[in-house]
Every structure is written in C-alpha cells, then in structure tokens.
Design a protein around this ligand. Sequence first.
Ligand SMILES: Cc1ncc(COP(=O)(O)O)c(C=O)c1O
Length: 393
Amino acid sequence: MYDVHSIREDFPVLKEVIYLDNAATTQTPVPAVRAMEEYFFRYAANHGRGAHRLARETTNHYEDARETVANFLNADVKKTIFTGNATESVNTVARGFPWEEGDHIIVTLVEHHSNLLPWMRLREHGVDLTIVRPDITGVVDPEDISSAITGRTRLIAVTQVSNVFGSVQDVGRIVKAAHREDVRVLVDGSQSTGHMPVDIGSLDPDFFVAPGHKGLLGPQGTGILYIREPDMIEPMFLGGGMVRAVSDSGYEIEASPAKFEAGTPNMPGVIGLGRAVEYVKGIGVKKIEKHELMLARDAARRLAAIEGVEVYGPTDRSSVVPFNVTGMNAHDVAMILDQTKKICVRSGYHCAIPGIDFLGVDGTVRASFALYNTQEEVNKLVETVLNIAAFVA
Ligand SMILES: Cc1ncc(COP(=O)(O)O)c(C=O)c1O
C-alpha cells in the first residue's frame, strides 16, 4: 500500500473538499502542474517546427511524454497518438475508417455517448448498428457480442469500464472472439486507464482510446488514441505538421503519429500528462487499483445497506458507485452533499442516456474514487447519505 495522506499533499484542493467526481475528471498532481509551468516559463515554443533551441526542447519534452505514455500502456510509440480527449479519439476512428455501405458495427447499451453517437451517425452512410444489451448490473456477456457478429461486421466498439454502472467488461475475450472472425475492436479505456493495469500489447485491440484527464491525472484537453494499423485510418484533419511534401498536384501525408496530429498540438497539456503518468507509475497502478476498489466496494456495500438507498452495478465493481435515494432527484442529493459537507459527486445521465434509461430511472448520483481518496471520505459520504435518506423517509 502507499501512504494516501502524503500523496494528498500533491493535490491542494483536497484540503478544501471531498472530491468524488473522478469519473468525470481527476485532480492533477503538483509535479505535473510544475512541468507545465516549466514549459510556459522556460522553453515554450512550437512542436516539430523549428531549429532553434526552444523548439527543440519543446519537441523533445513532447516526444518524451509520448514515450512515457506508450511505455505505460505497453503500446508501440509510433501508434500512440495525442488527441484533445477520448471523444476526439473515437471520432477519429469513426471518421477515418474505410466504411462501405452495408458494413455493420456492434456496440453495447452501456456506452458513453462519445462511444455511441459517432457510430450512430454512420447509419447516414448506410452502416448498420447493433446495440447489445447488458444484464441489470451493466455487465455485457461476451457471447451476446459474438452472436451479434454477421458476415458484414467490421467493428466492435466497447467500453472496458462503464461510467454508468461501474461494471467491467471482459474486453480480452471480446477482442479474441472478434479477431477469430476478422472483426476489429475499439476499446474505450476512459474509466479503466490509470485505475487498473492496461496492457495494449497483450490485449491487442485494433484501437484503444483514453482521456489524459481521468485515471492518468493529466490536465483537461488531453486524450490518447492507439491505432494498431495506422495506414488503414484516414486522418480527420489536414494541415501543418502532418505532411511530408506538398506540390501543385497534391500532398504526401506523414506516417503515424504525425499523420493524426495536424496543427499545433497541446504541448503544455501533453507534457503535463507525461509527468502525471510518471506520477501514477511511481505509485504503481496495481496498488492504486487495490486502494480504489477497497474504497468503492466499501462505499457501495454500506450505501446499499441504508434503507431508501439503491445502489446500481455489480458487486465486483470498479471505482464507480452509482446510487439513488428513493423519492429524491439525483441532482438534489448531489446539491445537499455539496452544500452540507462539500462532497463533490456527479448527478444525472452521465452522458449515457441509454444506460440510464435501461435502469428505468431519471438519473443517478455517482461517487467515483481515485488514488487520493480516503476511508474517512467514504465514511463521511455514507454518513451524509444516511442522514439525507432518514430525512426523506
Ligand atoms: C466511458 C467513457 N467514454 C468516453 C468518455 C469521454 O471522455 P472525454 O470527455 O475525455 O472525451 C467518458 C467521459 O466521462 C467516459 O466515461
């Protein structure tokens, strides 16, 4: 285990509030913020676009961050692309894949809108979509995905950990079954990356997407996209930094990753992300996983024991704990938690309306944990929800 109290010194805002909205975005540790400060105050310049010392230094730090992230995920560095967020990563694949009319995609009902709407939009181009349903705890049976595969299926897009249920999908099994049928798989690692070990080399997905600003503790405005066969995907944007040659008659696109990073990238963000990943790595993702699961499962079990509180998701959940207090709107519960005890949780649809509709509710309150949360914070959450539920009863 690690000393959570000393880690909290690196996240000053935690002295002010109980932050349990980590599935939306996490706090960024001081060393990562300092790395960004150093970029701004010591060597800010553009990436890959100059011979002068600052441009070279920026480029080196940016590319070092790529190596750090790729190593952390056990991915090929040339196939590791920086984007603005996980949404941009999914859209890059949806827009750049060589679709043909009549192609078929499989997704699940527990997807975040970011891993649903880009595929839905392809219906306009004659691409069919099957949405596989989970069980009531948000777990999808890999067999149900396999049996939805047809002769025209080109892609399965599935999230590893649901931001609505906290359920963990068996993406390893899904990838293996899909590859046997020559079907490609996009894994949405938005709620898994940094929270549990992710090994792209052994998982072997065709595409893997993750935000930099959740479990990896990087700044907002950073995202990751891994593409196993970069030649197969057309870049979404064309412009500076991604071409090798341009003439009157046309242009020649650079190889990955430059191919997918047109325009001035988010240098400070990526450099901050690289430092944040080193921070996560320094603590150890297995230890982080153990700590978060201990807190989340304790919170789920104790909340479920309160009369008038319903907790959703499986017992072997990840660090996401959705619940409702009977007779109360989720937003009102979240507001009371904040106003009485400065507990910050998310409430509502969590950008995943089909999953919430499947639960048959208007929304949920979602407490989600990160490496810096404590048992005392769980106790405070449970105690406050107990008081709210007693008041309503
Ligand atoms: C499962 C899942 N996928 C995708 C996203 C989108 O991430 P981003 O906001 O970085 O685009 C989220 C964000 O909450 C998520 O939870």
